[in-house]
Design a protein around this ligand. Structure first.
Ligand SMILES: Nc1ncnc2c1ncn2[C@@H]1O[C@H](COP(=O)(O)OP(=O)(O)OP(=O)(O)O)[C@@H](O)[C@H]1O
Ligand SMILES: [Mg+2]
Length: 396
């Protein structure tokens, strides 16, 4: 419309100038006749007429120019509105797929491997959408493959540990029998059987640990919880560990809150955790160190803490202490022959009970491991050993 307006304006100016020129020509002819004295009244009338005509032409052109200007303005306005509408349509057609992409990328990063986008919009956004969907598809398939490999690994470890454990247990049994006949063996033979027995015990423990971890990974670590009294359980573990700590010249004490409610656990599994924690405290602390086991209630959980005043664990190592095969290099760790599985298993077991385990430590001051376990919900007959007549026991 604006272009038509401009065209019309040019045409009108052209017509106006032609008409003005023609009017001057007619007037010039009339003036010539007047000058020559041949025109008379008629020629003068023509001169006046042409002056009036030019006035009219000027009025006409200014009116036309105003109309044309309005037409051009209206055209420009319509053009601008159209352009705006087109532009906003274009922006929204680009925005929707981009918003979808951002949303899907966020979900994918958060672990939702099924996140996909609807491919659409401009060619570039559609290409981006297709590439995103392909990438998400690959990630999803990769995850499926990884889960399958994990399952195969768990199965292999489970089967291998299980199959190796049986013959090893029988070798251990025979070595123990031979040890009973120690007196009839030569000193060299007795020493050899002792080495065999030590190695068998170490291997059986390692295989048991591997079995537990593989079961936990495969979601097959079955826990049979029952309401269990805490004090007798702790007293039992402390009793078993005392021979070892005394041999190391270490003081092992226990202090248990008198009003502890029973906890909902499988007692053997909790013993296993406590033995791991006390063994660590004993093995990594020097001769003469103190080891303490305490228990108290906190909300819906009972917290059992195993503390020592041993070498402590450096901060950077403390963060990774519950990972498998993680062993420190400070203190007595290198001297003690461990596998780095004890705490990983303890954590799996605590979590399988719906509990948790955390470590606090300061180099040079010692470490504390806190095991939190759920209180038994319904009152029942708690097991765990004979209830102690002295609820808070201090030993050492
Ligand atoms: N009470 C402690 N004091 C100092 N360091 C500790 C203590 N408990 C654990 N650690 C450190 O944490 C590491 C991991 O302990 P974890 O019990 O998992 O494995 P491990 O004792 O090395 O081997 P094992 O599988 O035989 O128990 C240890 O190697 C040791 O460096
Ligand atoms: Mg250990």
């Amino acid at each position: 419309m604006a272009v038509i307006g401009v065209g019309r304006f040019i045409q009108q100016r052209q017509d106006f100038e032609d008409s003005i020129a023609r009017s001057y020509q007619v007037e010039m002819v009339a003036r010539e006749r007047i000058a020559r004295g041949t025109g008379g009244v008629k020629a003068r009338a023509v001169v006046n007429q042409q002056a009036t005509r030019r006035e009219e032409l000027r009025d006409e052109i200014s009116g036309d120019t105003r109309d044309t200007a309005l037409l051009v303005a209206a055209g420009l306005l319509a053009g601008l509105t159209g352009a705006l509408l087109l532009f906003s349509g274009l922006i929204s057609s680009m925005r929707r797929p981009l918003e979808q992409l951002v949303d899907a990328a966020g979900r994918l990063a958060a672990g939702d491997r099924s996140a996909r986008v609807e491919v659409g919009g401009l060619a570039e956004t559609a290409t981006l959408g297709t590439a995103f969907n392909e990438m998400a598809e690959e990630l999803e398939q990769e995850e499926v493959r990884r889960a399958e490999l994990d399952r195969l690994k768990d199965d292999f470890v489970l089967t291998a540990s299980h199959e190796l454990r049986s013959p090893l247990t029988s070798v251990q049994g025979f070595a123990e029998l031979l040890m009973l006949e120690r007196d009839s063996l030569t000193p060299r033979q007795a020493e050899t059987v002792e080495v065999i027995l030590d190695n068998c015990r170490h291997l059986v423990r390692l295989l048991n640990d591997l079995l537990d971890l593989a079961r936990s990974d495969a979601g097959r670590l079955s826990i049979r919880p029952q309401p269990t009294e805490v004090a007798p359980l702790i007293a039992d573990v402390v009793r078993t560990m005392r021979a070892q700590t005394e041999a190391g010249g270490q003081a092992l004490s226990e202090a248990v809150d008198p009003n502890l409610p029973p906890i909902d656990v499988e007692p053997d599994r909790i013993r296993q955790i406590l033995v791991n924690l006390i063994t660590n405290a004993h093995e990594y602390s020097p001769e003469g160190a103190s080891i303490g086991v305490t228990a108290r209630v906190g909300g819906a959980e009972v917290e059992i803490a195993v503390s020592d005043n041993g070498p402590g664990i450096p901060k950077e190592h403390l963060e990774r202490i519950f990972e498998r095969f993680t062993r420190g290099d400070a203190g007595l760790t290198q001297r003690v022959g461990g596998t780095g599985l004890g705490l990983a298993i303890s954590k799996s077991l605590a979590e399988a009970h719906g509990g948790s385990i955390v470590a606090e430590s300061e180099v040079g001051r010692g470490s504390t491991f806190r095991l939190r376990l759920p209180v038994a919900s319904a009152p029942g007959t708690a097991t765990g050993g004979a209830p102690s007549d002295q609820a808070t026991a201090e030993a050492g």
